[in-house]
Design a protein around this ligand. Structure first.
Ligand code: PEP
Ligand code: MG
Length: 566
């Protein structure tokens, strides 16, 4: 079965995380040097030796700070700033004072460092957001100082020969900043986030990078070859070496074209396609604003409320949305109302346990029994959108729309508040009934992730079914085609905001099918734009025809590659 084996049978291990810098690398796994074992207890220091013990700590901390300063001097830009900032943390008076207090009460210096750091980590975690991401920095200085106190090797980057993919639980800023890009070809971390230092520096170095890949990455063995796809956020071992080398070469050529691409997106023969970014909070929106994204095509509002136990007030929500809007003061923003349920349970949406949550009360369906939850969110969106000019329209769409009645109801609630209504097309019924649904709406946006899951009857979270949950499946493409035809007939804008929009080749197919806008992770925008710039609309249409006529997903990929090369 060629389709099923497309990416799977020969692979030893495939892990998906958050891709923060696109690009493909194929090299040996190298893990950062382990962190020191943390002491939980130590000898009580006799009173007369406590001053000397504190001096021992000061000398170790100073040595670490000086080493970091030295590296800062040899680095440039953000890397130098990060190293200087880390050295500053080692000198932080508050942290040193806490260590000092512990040592003076008889605690051994290594234990005192652990305890003082734990106190600051707890404080940073309680502050949340960007502060919480800085706890990696704190733990890093703790580990360096402890290694220094014990006379052990400094934890972190090993010196290597040849090329490698660097793996870590979470890379410390100092490690990331000291990375030698002649040797390290990609980064994969178990933890971290798109705004962590790892991500910031990887972007600066333009090094393919995947963060938050989860505990499964620990199964990658030192020395085994892995293929990293930073755009898709996928790392796998056991990939075919020849195919991998080909993918790396293609990726290097593409990287050069992407670096040259400035946007806005158009095909070689000047057909315009709007490229937008998918975001989940203000941080992501600000990062997106630094790319060529022309606006936000999917703001996943539910992502801010996953740990909320109570519904935020209209004012609180409006403040949150306003921060996202502020990143794009002169561009379109498409806000999606709460897509709670299934893999994104939200406590205050009051959902009961269901046998099949993906087929249950999720998205817009929650509002049938709780309309006020939806209208309060719409009020908040309208409030946040006040004052945005004509060049910065605020569009609002509902997730999981399945019928024309639902679309009509949602649209009326939006219009009452002066908002432009739309719907996600992610349930096959919505695609098939597009001619009845679209007349109620100003736009639709195709959610290929769920549309694929529901069309193929395959759980999007199942790695065993990855060959089915593939937006290249012609069955999915046929539903997209139908949606585009109706969009054209009814003069309704049709966008795509699922992962399919991040795949440059598939973006050509979608353009050929008649999609007007593509919204993807902001890291993918330039890659899609550069690919579109290389082809004509006619080539896109031929690619779409070839994909629709294919028997399966892998045949569709091959047929499209051929059509685009023609
Ligand atoms: C989709 O289903 O394609 C989509 C964009 O929504 P989400 O991934 O948030 O379900
Ligand atoms: Mg969806």
């Amino acid at each position: 079965m060629t389709e099923g084996s497309g990416n799977n049978t020969s692979d030893r291990l495939t892990v998906k995380g958050t891709g923060v810098v696109s690009g493909i690398a194929y090299a040996d796994v190298v893990w950062v040097r382990p962190r020191p074992e943390l002491p939980t207890s130590g000898p009580t220091i006799p009173e007369g030796e406590r001053d000397a013990e504190y001096e021992r700590f000061v000398a170790a901390a100073d040595a670490v700070a000086e080493r970091l300063d030295g590296r800062a001097g040899a680095a440039e830009g953000a890397a130098a700033e990060v190293l200087t900032a880390t050295a500053g943390m080692v000198r932080d008076r508050g942290w040193r004072k806490t260590v000092c207090k512990n040592v003076r009460s008889g605690t051994d210096a290594t234990v005192a460092v652990v305890e003082a750091t734990a106190k600051f980590v707890a404080m940073f975690n309680a502050a949340g957001g960007v502060m919480a991401e800085r706890t990696t920095d704190l733990k890093d200085i703790r580990d360096r100082v402890i290694a220094q106190l014990r006379g052990e090797e400094e934890p972190g980057l090993p010196a290597i020969e040849g090329e490698a993919v660097l793996f870590a639980d979470d890379l410390s800023p100092a490690d990331t900043a000291a990375l030698d890009t002649d040797h390290y070809r990609a980064l994969v971390t178990e933890l971290g986030g798109p705004t962590s230092h790892t991500a910031i520096i990887a972007r600066q170095l333009n090094l393919p990078c995947i963060v938050a890949a989860g505990a499964a990455v620990r199964d990658f063995r030192p020395g085994e070859k892995v293929l990293v796809d930073g755009a898709l956020g996928v790392v796998r071992s056991g990939a075919d070496p020849e195919e991998s080398a080909h993918l790396v070469k293609e990726s290097q050529e593409r990287a050069a074209a992407i670096a040259r691409w400035t946007g806005p997106a158009r095909t070689r023969d000047d057909h315009r396609v709007q490229l937008l970014a998918n975001v989940q909070d203000a941080n992501a929106a600000r990062i997106a604003a630094e790319t060529q994204a022309e606006g936000i095509g999917l703001y996943r509002t539910e992502m801010s409320f996953l740990s909320a136990t109570e519904e935020p007030s209209v004012e609180e929500q409006a403040a949150l949305y306003g921060k996202v809007f502020a990143a794009f003061p002169e561009s379109k923003v498409v806000v999606r109302t709460l897509d709670a349920g299934s893999d994104k349970p939200i406590a205050y949406a009051n959902m009961s346990e269901e046998e099949n949550p993906a087929l249950g009360v999720r998205g817009l369906r929650i509002a049938r029994d709780n309309e006020a939850l939806l209208t309060r969110q719409l009020d908040a969106i309208a409030q946040a959108a006040q004052g945005r000019g004509e060049q910065a329209p605020t569009w609002v769409m509902a997730p999981m729309v399945s019928t024309a009645r639902e679309a009509e109801w949602f649209a009326s609630l939006c219009k009452e508040r002066g908002l432009t209504p739309g719907a996600m097309i992610e349930v096959p019924a919505a695609a098939l009934m597009a001619d009845k649904i679209m007349p109620h709406l100003d736009f639709v946006s195709i959610g290929t992730n769920d549309l694929t899951q529901y069309t193929m009857a395959a759980d999007r979270l199942s790695s065993q079914l990855a060959y089915l949950t593939d937006p290249w499946q012609p069955a999915v493409l046929r539903l997209i085609q139908h949606t585009c035809v109706v969009g054209r007939d009814t003069n309704t804008a049709v966008g795509v905001c699922g992962e399919a929009a991040a795949d440059p080749m598939l973006a050509c197919v979608l353009t050929g099918l008649g999609v007007n806008s593509l919204s993807a992770a902001s890291t993918a925008v330039a890659g899609v734009g550069a690919q579109l710039a290389e082809v004509t609309l006619e080539q896109c249409q031929a690619a779409a025809t070839a994909a629709l006529a294919s028997e399966g997903a892998s045949e569709a990929r091959d047929a499209v590659r051929a059509a685009l090369e023609r």
